[in-house]
Design a protein around this ligand. Structure first.
Ligand SMILES: [Fe+2]
Length: 439
């Protein structure tokens, strides 16, 4: 088998220039988080002998995080495995990392991708996939490791706007908001269509409490999100909705649910999580979410609510079912999740047992307004909550749940000091002032 070179100068095991074009297009779509990322599905049957194309399609399905998408991924992983004789070492290692992902061995898969980008630093597709492994094992918890991985490949990629968007996000997760903002701006200067860099900016602005200018800055990028893939479009709009919530503008935050987050069907896990999280946070901000809305959201998510993918996902599903008062489904989902956890191994099982399952218990308690119990269950696990998956801003959901549990159970002293502990902005936002008032 010949080795042709892709746009990055990396060897692809193929005799066909068309294969290289498919690989290059997929790379561009993945890194720019464009709508075309699934276009590779229309190409996959044309190149059954190509490891990389089969692997990339498996990867698209693995991002789905459901049993159905995993079943599709398995088909393409098997096809990729059947072509392994003609694959080069980089392609073999990438496939192997996806196989670890499919088996739920996230830590192992992350280590494989870290090895891969060290040896082939120009492989930004692998670096992008590695970023999602950090998300699954807790992005803030993995922040230093994510940053180190990005620094390892900095020299070869410093002029790529896409690389800089990931580097900026790793920097943000480590709490260096100023540098992260600068890197994200540089990323946008180089690559205009760069919603992942806008995403870093939204994290930076939210964490700094720079809400008014944050809304203004983010709104200027909306036209790009509307042309981007659903995942990043939904998530960036979720961030914008949170900005309005920080100002207690419920009437501006809530409409993002239907107009943007749930705009496209079929719904994905990312849309599920952003929807539930927005409603949950609105409730904690003092807005009363009608039970009918919880019922309609829980009907959307119920097919995935018994999956034990990562604790971060399950915590959202459990909360939604509890708020919708779907008691039978809630209890069935919790039993199924515990059963799945008992079959897990290693790092993943450890996180589930020590932090994930208590978190689910606390989410159920909080949703059913048993605040003293949720405060008690969360107390020993809250400092490890960033290990359950999700980013810093996303796991703030659980930190805020702990804060509200303390407030609602009248533990004033602890609530006061915890609010101080979790505040990252220089001046209090209206939402933080609202909580202070409640204490
Ligand atoms: Fe985010």
């Amino acid at each position: 088998m010949s080795q042709l070179k892709d746009e990055q100068g990396l060897e692809v095991s193929t005799n066909s220039a068309d294969v290289v074009s498919v690989v290059d297009k997929f790379g561009k779509d993945l890194l720019s988080m464009g709508k075309g990322v699934t276009d590779i599905l229309a190409q996959v049957d044309k190149y059954p002998e190509n490891t990389l194309i089969q692997s990339y399609v498996a990867c698209v399905f693995l991002y789905g995080q459901t049993k159905e998408t995993d079943a599709q991924a398995k088909k393409y992983l098997s096809r990729a495995q059947s072509t392994i004789q003609s694959a080069n070492e980089r392609e073999k290692l990438f496939l192997s990392s996806l196989e670890s992902w499919f088996e739920g061995r996230i830590e192992e898969g992350a280590q494989k991708l870290e090895r891969l980008i060290k040896e082939w630093p120009e492989d930004l597709i692998s670096a992008k996939v590695l970023e999602f492994f950090y998300y699954m094992r807790g992005q803030q918890y993995s922040g230093a490791r994510f940053l180190k991985a990005m620094e390892t490949i900095y020299e070869q990629n410093k002029n790529s706007g896409y690389f800089l968007s990931s580097y900026s996000f790793a920097t943000e997760l480590c709490g260096n908001y100023e540098k992260a903002g600068d890197l994200a701006e540089r990323a946008v200067e180089i690559e205009e269509i760069n919603p992942w860099a806008h995403h870093t900016l939204s994290h930076v602005l939210l964490k700094r409490g720079d809400i008014t200018s944050g809304i203004k800055i983010l709104k200027d990028y909306e036209y790009i999100w509307d042309r981007s893939g659903q995942a990043i479009s939904s998530h960036n709009y979720w961030h914008l909705a949170l900005m309005h919530l920080e100002k207690l503008e419920y009437d501006k935050a809530l409409p993002f649910l239907n107009s943007q987050i749930l705009r496209e069907k079929p719904y994905t896990v990312i849309q599920h999580l952003d929807s539930i999280s927005l409603l949950w946070r609105l409730e904690m901000g003092g807005f009363e979410v009608p039970i009918e809305l919880w019922k309609s959201i829980s009907n959307i998510v119920i097919e995935n609510s018994s999956d034990a993918y990562i604790p971060f996902n399950s915590a959202h599903y459990i909360y939604a079912l509890a708020r919708a008062e779907k008691k039978d489904e809630l209890s069935r989902s919790l039993s199924a999740i515990k059963e799945s956890v008992s079959k897990k191994n290693g790092h993943e099982r450890d996180v589930w047992e020590k932090t994930g399952l208590p978190l689910l218990e606390a989410c159920k308690s909080y949703a059913t307004e048993n605040y003293a119990l949720s405060a008690r269950v969360l107390k020993p696990v809250i400092n490890n909550v960033m290990m359950v998956g999700g980013s810093d801003a996303q796991v703030d959901l659980f930190r805020q749940t702990y804060l509200l549990s303390l407030i609602q159970s009248r533990d004033k002293e602890r609530a006061k000091s915890y609010l101080k502990e979790i505040s990252t902005s220089k001046t209090g936002t209206p939402l933080q002032e609202h909580w202070k008032f409640l204490i």
